[in-house]
Each structure stands twice: as C-alpha cells, then as structure tokens.
Design a protein around this ligand. Structure first.
Ligand code: 7PM
Length: 276
C-alpha cells in the first residue's frame, strides 16, 4: 500500500521534509519535539505527501556534527511511531551506517544520503538490505562545499559521479533498480551552477534512474530574490514546477500543500485534466 515502486513512478511524488533536529523546533524538550514531529507528519500526509523524509542531522554548511547515539535517539523513535501510526512511506535522511541500519530495522522505505553512500560501512549496510537509496551529489563536505565550487563541465562531472557510484554499487550487489539520483542543489554549487542544473535536469534521465530534487527554501532562491527563508514559498513552488517540467520524479519540500497544487497543475498539462 505504501511501498515506493521505483520501477514505475508514473506521476511525480512529493517528499515532505520532517526535521527532528533540536534547532528545528522551539525548545519544548524531547517529548514536545516527538509530539510535534507526529503532528507535522499527520499534516503533511493530509496535504498529500507521498513520502516523509526524516532527518536528525543538520547538513547546514558549518553545522556541528551530530554524534551517532544522539542521531539514533532523535530519529528511531519517530520512525517507529510514524510507521505504526500512519503506515506511510518513510525516508531516512542520514549518512551514517549505524543510523541507516537502525532505520532499516525500524522499517524505512528509502535511505536518503547526501553523502552518496560514501560513509564508512554504508555500502555494506545497503548491500545487506533491499531498501532503495537516494544518492545525492555533493562537491566537498558540508563544512567546505560553498568555498569556491568548480567544475570542468557541471552536468558531465555530476553525471560521471553518478555513473561511478552506480557501477560501484553494482559490483557490491546493489542493483541500479534500487537507486534514485539527486544533483544536490546547493551542495558545492554556485548560484549559477544551481540554475544551470535546473535548466539541464533532463540530461540526468539518461542514467535511467528516478531523479529527486531538493530546492525548497534554498539559498539559490533566497539569494536570487534577496528574500529571507520565510519569504521563499513562491520561489520554491516556481523552482519545483520547473524541475517537474524538466523531468524530476520526486520533489523534496517543506510546503507540501502548495507543492501538491503545482504537481496537479503539471499533471493536468502533461496527462490531461481527465487523468490528472
Ligand atoms: C541547511 C542547509 C539545512 C541545507 C538543510 C539543508 C537535500 C537533502 C537536504 C537535497 C536530498 C535542505 C538542506 N537537502 N536530501 N537534504 N536532496 N536528497 O535545504 O537537496 O533541506 S538538507
């Protein structure tokens, strides 16, 4: 009922972001945060989210690294509660093998790794499971990535990275049919790079994997429009709509209700109002 079938994503999917980092909620203590996470999940599901992406590690440039025990404490109880209460598709945004393993045991449907499965022990955990994975491209590390990112050919370099990861996964028994690719907007890219990627997103379809994009409220919107984070909704919807038109299969967003509207407009145009 809730399994994500990567083989036939016939309509774009909306992935709703659920942050369970302490800084994402006003400090009401652990239980308040847990409760708010479930409330936020229920709301996003009502608004039409297809997947809930749970993250307990801030990937913000320069953010402190979260110790594994703390990340486990934050995300695993929330995953268990969401799976039992809502039974929806759940994605786990992590780069750590131990957290992935615990998430898989707790029943996550997708691993979303901004480090492209490069972390220690990660490939083995994935190879020993059958969960789909999202491999995101990042140049550098969260701490350094925005210091003068450079490419010889932006799209070709990122395509080559995916090809290498897909081949490497294959040698370890991780079939390509389990892989989603994500160009990683804002992760080691200038403003210009980000808009070039959006323009040329269609090229990633050559790799024959579903394409996921995260554009929601990002600096590429805020810096272009000179708007703070709470003013980026319209820009985010515009960017998501353009990504859909350029072939994105999954959009990772904060604002599910508004993004669903964009997806429905896109579907009506693409498939006809009868089959929207
Ligand atoms: C601060 C800076 C906080 C950046 C959060 C972020 C993506 C992702 C993130 C993405 C995939 C955000 C990012 N971005 N996973 N996780 N793709 N697959 O803006 O673009 O949400 S964290």
């Amino acid at each position: 009922m809730n399994k994500i079938n990567l083989q036939n994503i016939s309509r774009p999917l909306v992935m709703g972001i659920l942050n369970v980092t302490p800084d994402s909620f006003s400090d009401g203590g652990r239980f308040a945060n847990f409760d708010m996470a479930l409330q936020q999940t229920e709301l996003m599901l009502q608004q039409g989210a297809d997947i809930i992406d749970i993250g307990g590690e801030s990937t913000r440039p320069g953010a402190p690294e979260v110790p594994v025990e703390q990340e486990l404490d934050r995300v695993i109880p929330v995953i268990e509660a969401i799976k039992s209460r809502f039974g929806c598709a759940v994605s786990l945004d992590t780069s750590k093998a131990q957290v992935m393993q615990a998430g898989i045991t707790a029943g996550v449907d997708l691993i979303n790794d901004v480090c492209g499965l490069e972390g220690e022990g990660v490939l083995k955990v994935i190879a020993d499971s059958d969960v789909p994975v999202c491999i995101m491209h990042m140049q550098g590390s969260p701490r350094t990535m925005q210091k003068n990112p450079q490419y010889s050919n932006l799209v070709n370099d990122i395509m080559a990275y995916f090809s290498e990861r897909i081949d490497h996964c294959d040698t370890l028994g991780i079939d390509k049919s389990r892989i989603i690719i994500d160009p990683g907007f804002g992760f080691g890219k200038t403003l210009k790079h980000n808009y070039q990627l959006l323009a040329e997103l269609e090229k990633f379809k050559q790799l024959e994997c579903p394409v996921l994009v995260g554009l929601s409220r990002k600096s590429m919107i805020g810096n272009l429009l000179e708007l703070d984070i709470d003013k980026r909704l319209a820009g985010s919807i515009a960017a998501a709509t353009l990504a859909l038109n350029n072939g994105a299969d999954i959009v990772r967003v904060h604002d599910v209700e508004e993004t669903k509207h964009a997806v429905r407009i896109f579907n009506a145009m693409k498939y006809g109002v009868e089959n929207e």
